[in-house]
Design a protein around this ligand. Structure first.
Ligand SMILES: [Zn+2]
Length: 130
């Protein structure tokens, strides 16, 4: 390999992706070539910097477990979240209706009665008259 070829292969060499022959050849070249040596040191420093800047507690096993769980429980999780949201909204509505009923009982009652009458008359018009 020429100096240029080796320079191109340095990141693969650093990642251990070269075969034994390539690894030996590059090791030998780097030992004698200051430019490739510097390039390799830069790669090493960059890699160390990346490792340091990453938060330590993010093991691949945990990520894999979370991904597996998301895959397994994707639909049930979504469904239970939706059910929860709907139940929560219903609870809020019930609470609001309860508060409103206590506060404005006569008004609410008459407006509900009006709604029922309206619905009844709608039903009567559409389905009752045969
Ligand atoms: Zn070189």
């Amino acid at each position: 390999m020429t100096h240029e070829e080796i320079k191109e292969s340095l990141s693969d060499y650093f990642d251990g992706q070269l075969g034994p022959a390539g690894t030996v050849e590059i090791s030998a070249h780097v030992a004698t070539c200051p430019e490739c040596r510097a390039e390799l040191d830069a790669l090493s420093a960059l890699s160390a910097g990346i490792k340091e800047s990453l938060p330590a507690p993010a093991p691949a096993a945990m990520k894999e477990r979370l991904l597996a769980r998301a895959r397994q429980e994707n639909k049930p999780l979504f469904r239970s979240a939706t059910v929860l949201a709907v139940a929560f909204a219903a609870l809020i509505l019930v609470l609001m209706a309860g508060v409103a009923a206590k506060k404005y009982m006569p008004t609410l009652f008459s407006s509900v009665q009006g709604m029922i009458n309206g619905a009844a008359s709608t039903l009567g018009v559409s389905g009752g008259n045969k």
